[in-house]
Design a protein around this ligand. Structure first.
Ligand SMILES: [Zn+2]
Length: 57
C-alpha cells in the first residue's frame, strides 16, 4: 500500500526579501531538516539563501 502524505509541496522563500520564488517537493520521511538552498532571486536580482516554508502562496 502506498503511503500518503510522505511527500509534500513546500515553497522556497528568499531570506532577504521574503518573496516565494520556488516550489519544490520534499519527502518528510527522509528529510527532517528544513531545506536551505542558494538560488537566484528575481527581486534581489542576485543569488540569495532560500529557506523552506510550508505556506504556499
Ligand atoms: Zn530576494
Amino acid at each position: 500500500m502506498a503511503k500518503k502524505g510522505a511527500r509534500e509541496f513546500v515553497g522556497m522563500i528568499c531570506s532577504v526579501c521574503k518573496s516565494q520564488n520556488y516550489i519544490t517537493q520534499r519527502n518528510k520521511v527522509n528529510i527532517e531538516k528544513k531545506l536551505e538552498l542558494k538560488k537566484y532571486c528575481n527581486k534581489c536580482r542576485k543569488q540569495s539563501l532560500h529557506k523552506e516554508t510550508t505556506k504556499l502562496k
